[in-house]
Design a protein around this ligand. Structure first.
Ligand code: NAP
Length: 312
């Protein structure tokens, strides 16, 4: 069985930074990544609010820089999928990760930084039109809709930011949002409101159904108060209505919020000694690249203290 002082699960900004701090403290560290490093940053078109990049930076470029920084040090990078975790008492607490690929990995400290996946709309046509109009990544799929009309669902930063990105490629963007007020940052809203010919806000409305054969042609929206329906001609529907935590593999005994995010103290310690959590997997209010990076540093520092205490 592979054994490490610390294992970090997830190679988004939180996990990469946690691995960097752990290895620099002399800990034998593994970083388990299921997909390419970068997490949600990879599918973010442009990041304008990460300090140090006054002109903004493409998500994939920032992800590459983060990953290259970790590669300066001897972090063991393992491509794999953690299926489940258990804790045993082996000269003190030991955490065992069961990998989909078969081999188990053990470590005294684990940082869970697996982030969150896209929340689905939950209407019955969503599955049918996946890859035929419904997308969760404007950066990946936006180009397929060059010159066409598309819709974005959601009123948070992701929806607003990606609607702006799409407006540079497509003919017209509808933003469908379930209420009048927006959760997203004012600077994005101001930009959007300054270009009504390119982006139309369809507020107090939800997606009722989707139509088109063989690919999406129409998004039918319903006004939440009047129940009046409106047909939007759109060949793409980009869903940005928040996230669900990627915590299915984590021990059942870990405390979670109502939405399933992991609860930690301010040092990123969960209720199980030796298990820390960082980034979007945590129950918290502010989910930004910079807060994920900060969480990673704090979780690693706590894990280092924990390991040093065990070895004392
Ligand atoms: P979010 O902030 O949670 O916003 C989700 C949006 O979807 C909200 O407007 C919500 O409406 C709406 N929504 C939720 N469930 C819905 C449903 N079932 N049907 C229709 N609409 C629904 O999620 P996010 O935009 O993905 O952002 C997640 C975090 O990442 C946030 O902390 C955000 O600030 C951060 N982020 C930051 C940036 C940036 O700063 N550049 C970019 C992307 C993301 P209500 O408002 O009515 O609840």
């Amino acid at each position: 069985m592979l054994a490490f002082d610390a294992v970090v699960i997830g190679a988004g900004p939180a996990g990469l930074n946690a691995a960097l701090y752990l290895v620099r403290a002399g800990m034998r560290t593994a970083l388990i990544e299921k997909n390419s490093p970068g997490g949600q940053v990879l599918s973010t078109s442009e990041i304008e609010n990460y300090l140090g990049f006054p002109k903004g930076i493409k998500g994939w470029e920032l992800a590459d820089l983060f990953s290259a920084h970790v590669d300066v040090y001897s972090v063991e990078r393992i491509r794999g999928d953690v299926q489940s975790m258990e804790s045993t008492e082996e000269n003190g607490k030991m955490h065992i990760l069961h990998m989909a690929e078969g081999e188990d990995i053990k470590a005294r400290a684990v940082v869970i930084a697996t982030g969150a996946g896209n929340r689905p709309l939950g209407i019955k046509e969503e599955e049918i039109y996946k890859g035929k109009g419904v997308s969760y990544c404007a950066l990946c799929d936006g180009n397929f809709y060059r010159g066409l009309d598309v819709a974005v669902v959601g009123g948070g930063d992701a929806a607003l930011e990606e609607a702006l990105y799409l407006s540079r490629i497509v003919n017209k963007v509808y933003i469908i949002h379930r209420r009048e007020g927006f959760r997203g940052t004012q600077i994005y809203l101001d930009k959007i409101r300054s270009m009504p010919e390119k982006i139309e806000l369809v507020t107090s409305s939800v997606v009722d159904s989707l139509e088109g054969e063989p690919t999406l042609k129409k998004v039918i929206v319903r006004h939440v108060e009047t129940n009046e329906k409106r047909e939007l001609s759109a060949e793409g529907l980009f869903v940005y209505i928040g996230h669900i935590p990627n915590a299915g593999f984590a021990p059942a005994g870990l405390e979670r919020s109502e939405q399933g995010f992991l609860i930690t103290d301010q040092e990123m310690q969960t209720n199980i000694p030796g298990i820390f959590a960082a980034g979007d997997i945590r129950a918290k209010l502010c989910r930004q690249v910079c807060t994920a990076v900060g969480d990673g540093a704090v979780a690693a520092s706590s894990a280092i203290r924990y390991l040093e205490h065990l070895n004392a």
